[in-house]
Design a protein around this ligand. Structure first.
Ligand SMILES: [Zn+2]
Length: 381
């Protein structure tokens, strides 16, 4: 099956062209054509009419959408989230669980294992908690917090592959946990943590290279104790995964992080909860009531931010506006860096040989089409 997207502006890391064309052969990008080159035959030709083609976005931190949450443990909910994430130009995501009982997590893993695969790709799960610091629990339910437990990770991983575990590195056995996760091919990430810099560094020495929702629910930067926020700025090889909705961090903090670290180690995430794609109102997050209004989701009890209703295409728009980066650079934070952080080498660029995951967006970053593995899976009505 050969699919041709003609007359698109292409914005891929290190590469920009106006009025180019892209040819897919099955699930692979077969060739990228510049204007003037003769167009090849194809089984399906789509005229992009000057829309911009970007690599399919990757959301490695998303709890839900359209009133469904992965931790509900309901297969239909997984299917709904998978299909609706396409509207954000997302082609791959890591379903992300909440701090919950092992029984609830088992049900969640089981539901993802039965995903119909009709929407975005879900190659692995992001286990957020339950190994978090009770003092930095944020909107995670404190009732289910526990110490790092590799046996539990192994049990869940046997149901569906885990790609990433977010945990507090200062908890007892944190550094050994990093080693054990890496041995299983799982990416460890620091989150919901009160770690001092030295505690971070003990895990960094073992290979920890990710900071989950950078700046949120982690030790801030103080000039005599730089904490995890300072660690992220100091170690430019550490990936900072940021919720760029302008509420979880201020625009100037986002600007600072991009400036100090460079775009190569910034990763856009949504941390979206079930209210994403839904009207304002009252929702549930892991058993805690949440009020959604004005683009923010907050715990009813104490008004703490409780995940987001952010969409990946909006996150990308926000960072282009904040940083002034050209789109071809900004898309690194939306796709390529996440792919690299997970060890994928053939995803995140519109280049020959790469996986045919592409989104077509307009100048307002509204997604018109999303292609997953070369297949047109979403078109704007
Ligand atoms: Zn979190």
């Amino acid at each position: 099956m050969r699919t041709l997207i003609r007359d698109c502006n292409i914005a891929s890391p290190g590469f920009e062209v106006k009025h180019g064309s892209i040819l897919f052969k099955d699930n692979i990008i077969y060739s990228v054509l510049t204007p003037g080159e003769s167009l090849p035959d194809a089984d399906l030709t789509i005229n992009a009419g000057g829309l911009t083609a970007i690599p399919g976005l990757i959301d490695i931190h998303c709890h839900g959408r359209n009133n469904c949450d992965f931790t509900d443990g309901v297969v239909e909910g997984v299917n709904t989230i998978g299909k609706n994430k396409l509207k954000e130009g997302v082609t791959m995501m890591l379903p992300t669980t909440l701090t919950q009982s092992e029984e609830a997590l088992t049900a969640a893993f089981d539901s993802v294992a039965h995903y119909d695969g009709m929407g975005v790709k879900m190659p692995g799960i992001h286990l957020e908690g339950p190994f978090v610091n009770p003092s930095e629990v944020g909107a995670q339910n404190p009732a289910f917090v526990r110490m790092p437990d590799i046996k539990m990770v192994e049990r869940l991983n046997a149901i569906f592959p885990i790609h990433k575990v977010s945990f507090a590195p200062e908890l007892p056995g944190g550094d050994t946990f990093v080693t054990d996760l890496l041995a299983m091919g799982i990416v460890p990430s620091a989150a919901h943590s009160a770690a001092k810099y030295t505690e971070f560094h003990r895990c960094y020495a073992k290979g920890l290279r990710n900071l989950t929702h950078y700046c949120n629910q982690m030790t801030p930067l103080h000039h005599r104790e730089i904490g995890l926020v300072g660690a992220g700025l100091l170690h430019t090889n550490v990936f900072a995964e940021m919720i760029c909705d302008m509420m979880h961090s201020s625009p100037n903090m986002i600007q600072l992080a991009f400036k100090v670290k460079g775009v190569d180690h910034m990763i856009l995430i949504t941390d979206a909860m079930r209210a994403a794609g839904m009207p304002d109102g009252e929702y549930d997050l892991g058993g805690l009531p949440v009020l959604v209004a004005g683009g923010a989701a907050r715990l009813k009890e104490n008004a703490a931010l409780a995940g987001s209703v952010l969409r990946m295409n909006v996150a990308l728009k926000n960072i282009v506006e904040i940083t002034g980066l050209p789109l071809s650079e900004a898309v690194r934070a939306g796709a390529l860096n996440a792919a690299h952080s997970l060890g994928y080498r053939n995803i995140g660029r519109i280049e020959t040989g790469f996986t045919a995951d592409v989104a077509l967006i307009d100048d307002n970053f509204i997604v018109h089409n999303t292609f997953v593995d070369g297949e047109l899976r979403y078109s704007l009505d």
